[in-house]
Write a protein that binds this ligand. Structure first.
Ligand SMILES: *[C@@H]1O[C@H](CO)[C@@H](O)[C@H](O)[C@H]1NC(C)=O
Ligand SMILES: *[C@@H]1O[C@H](CO)[C@@H](O)[C@H](O)[C@H]1NC(C)=O
Ligand SMILES: *[C@@H]1O[C@H](CO)[C@@H](O)[C@H](O)[C@H]1NC(C)=O
Ligand SMILES: *[C@@H]1O[C@H](CO)[C@@H](O)[C@H](O)[C@H]1NC(C)=O
Ligand SMILES: *[C@@H]1O[C@H](CO)[C@@H](O)[C@H](O)[C@H]1NC(C)=O
Ligand SMILES: *[C@@H]1O[C@H](CO)[C@@H](O)[C@H](O)[C@H]1NC(C)=O
Length: 526
């Protein structure tokens, strides 16, 4: 990919400048380390906020995964082994669906988890963008978010049509090739009024609404556009109720949805934050009676947004409940009570502690991509503990036992530390962090040398290869360990070795929140 020319003089001066820059950077890095030591967290005054280096380093790595996954014509991409790909996506319908991110180790663009990734990335930026800014990572995070929302805007060409998939997973999985050399057909799937998909439309509305908040102060035209798409899609999702798994049964093999009620509430919660229009709270109240399942705890993941909605609406209850009356206030309390039950379940020594965890202390719910539940739970707990600290609420009672915000934060720290290597395998499940991380990640681009001449079907030699991946999938959060805390570093095990974009989005939020103890969310009201 490099452009080599005869401009060697110029090149030399660039090289000298580069070496000088590296020297200056390492000197200041050493000074920082000296000042703040190896402490996980520096308890310093707000004026000189300390940085937890471990989490700061890991955040810089985690954010690069979006550069690994980007489709389309790349701009300033930080991953040297990636190039342009999928430039023709959407062409058959006169749409430009070239951007967005590949979902996982394959080359599919699945709209449902992609939109969820964008929503989580937005949430992370809204809560902890000031921390990202201190580390000069905020622009990287916003750039990755926009890469997805640009795609989603193009995937929503009219009010009641949303393209929810690019590529055919059956065809796609018969190939093992780099995205840059992809040749198979890339069919499109849309939802519309005859074939509705309320969960994917509502999740995409949530992504648009949350991103509109992220870009409000820096790119207001874009923010307004995002909000327009959010409102349209929410109306579509709500007016034409139906699951995309039923409208389009072939999606059941990959991201099968268990229902759309949770996404409708989640989207309404985000639209309330983006608009302050109380009709969305009213919606979360009345439809909450149908869909919220108050009192019952659930795992937050791409298929179930209830726990996320409970924590997000707790934000309203914590910071602005004085302004909200009657039924809506009662509903907000029910959401918050359920959020508390979720948090109580996560604390390992709580009377209501969930049994879904490993001996090593990791939240572990299912064989396939277990880390998705650990990072999601840790992010929610951290956000919740920060809401408590910000609003000076010191106590959380779990069946009579008293916990404080720092106990909750400790849970999140424990999950993060496990993922970064403090676990029985002494393995970092964040690829590129530390020295002992998975070397056989189930990821096409990472597993195939950039100069390989293989194509779709003979590319499987790279899946079969006994050598470690030639390229590092920097920032990938793999599926993770078995329930017994062990991990087999094997490329063909998709349960353990395949990363996803939403795993990395959650880890980005978690690490950003842990970087400093000055854990006050950047503002009470967005
Ligand atoms: C509506 O969506 C279905 C399912 O994707 C598709 O088969 C159908 O062609 C779409 N309708 C129109 C008018 O494009
Ligand atoms: C998809 O989910 C629906 C609703 O939960 C369920 O009825 C169906 O069996 C699931 N399909 C597959 C392939 O798991
Ligand atoms: C949090 O964990 C640290 C280290 O494991 C421990 O020293 C500290 O007492 C814990 N704090 C709380 C409030 O549990
Ligand atoms: C890869 O391994 C599988 C299973 O061992 C085998 O069937 C297949 O032929 C191999 N493919 C290539 C291209 O080596
Ligand atoms: C851990 O669990 C996996 C999956 O159940 C199993 O294959 C493996 O043998 C177990 N390892 C140990 C050390 O028990
Ligand atoms: C990878 O695993 C799948 C599912 O277990 C199996 O069908 C396939 O043959 C394996 N492929 C290779 C190359 O080993």
């Amino acid at each position: 990919m490099g452009t080599e020319g005869p401009k060697s003089r110029e090149w030399e001066s660039w090289f000298i400048a580069f070496v000088l820059a590296i020297l200056v950077m390492s000197a200041s890095y050493v000074t920082l380390r000296k000042n703040f030591g190896e402490l996980n967290v520096f308890h310093g005054p707000r004026r000189h906020p300390g940085i937890a280096h471990k989490y700061a380093d890991a955040l810089g790595i985690a954010l690069q995964f979006f550069d690994v996954q980007k489709s389309g014509k790349l701009v300033n991409n930080r991953i040297s082994w990636r190039g342009d790909s999928a430039l023709e996506d959407g062409r058959q319908e006169n749409l430009d669906l070239s951007k967005g991110v590949y979902d996982a180790g394959d080359l599919m663009k699945f709209g449902f988890p992609m939109a969820f990734t964008a929503t989580i990335l937005s949430w992370a930026i809204l809560e902890y963008g000031d921390h990202m800014k201190q580390l000069k990572e905020l622009e990287n995070a916003k750039d990755s978010l926009k890469w997805i929302t640009d795609y989603l805007i193009n995937a929503h060409p009219s009010a009641n049509v949303l393209y929810v998939q690019v590529g055919d997973p059956e065809l796609d999985h018969k190939c093992w090739e780099r995205p840059e050399s992809m040749t198979e057909q890339r069919p499109l799937i849309q939802i519309n009024t005859s074939y509705p998909g309320s969960e994917v439309a509502a999740e995409t509305a949530a992504a648009f609404a949350s991103a509109s908040l992220v870009f409000r102060s820096t790119n207001s035209a874009y923010s307004i556009l995002l909000l327009k798409h959010a409102k349209q899609l929410f109306t579509f999702a709500d007016s034409y109720r139906g699951s995309y798994s039923i409208s389009i049964p072939q999606v059941q093999n990959f991201y099968n949805s268990s229902g759309y009620g949770d996404e409708l509430l989640w989207a309404a919660a985000w639209l309330y934050h983006a608009t302050r229009d109380e009709s969305y709270l009213e919606y979360a109240t009345t439809e909450g009676n149908l869909f919220a399942n108050w009192g019952t705890t659930t795992w937050f993941c791409w298929d179930n947004k209830l726990a996320g909605t409970q924590v997000l609406l707790s934000r309203v209850n914590f910071f602005e409940s004085k302004n909200i009356q009657g039924e809506q206030n009662i509903a907000l309390q029910l959401y918050r009570k359920t959020a508390e039950a979720v948090i109580c379940g996560l604390l390992s020594n709580s009377p209501t502690a969930t049994p879904f965890r490993t001996k090593g202390g990791l939240i572990w719910v299912a064989q396939w991509n277990p880390l998705q539940y650990s990072v999601a739970s840790a992010f929610l707990a951290l956000v919740y503990s920060d809401y408590m600290i910000t609003s000076n609420i010191r106590n959380l009672y779990c069946d009579g036992a008293l916990y404080e915000p720092m106990d909750i934060r400790n849970f999140s720290i424990m999950q993060a530390d496990y993922i970064l290597g403090n676990n029985p395998m002494k393995m970092s499940y964040l690829v590129g962090y530390g020295s002992n991380y998975p070397k056989y990640v189930h990821h096409r681009g990472a597993s195939i040398p950039t100069d390989a001449k293989t194509g779709c079907s003979n590319g499987f030699i790279w899946l079969n290869s006994t050598h470690p991946n030639p390229n590092v999938a920097v920032g990938a959060v793999v599926g993770g360990p078995f329930q017994n805390d062990t991990y087999i570093d094997s490329r063909n095990d998709t349960r353990q070795a395949e990363p996803t974009t939403y795993n990395s989005a959650f880890l980005v939020g978690l690490l950003s929140g842990l970087i400093t103890t000055s854990s006050v969310p950047q503002s009470f009201l967005w």
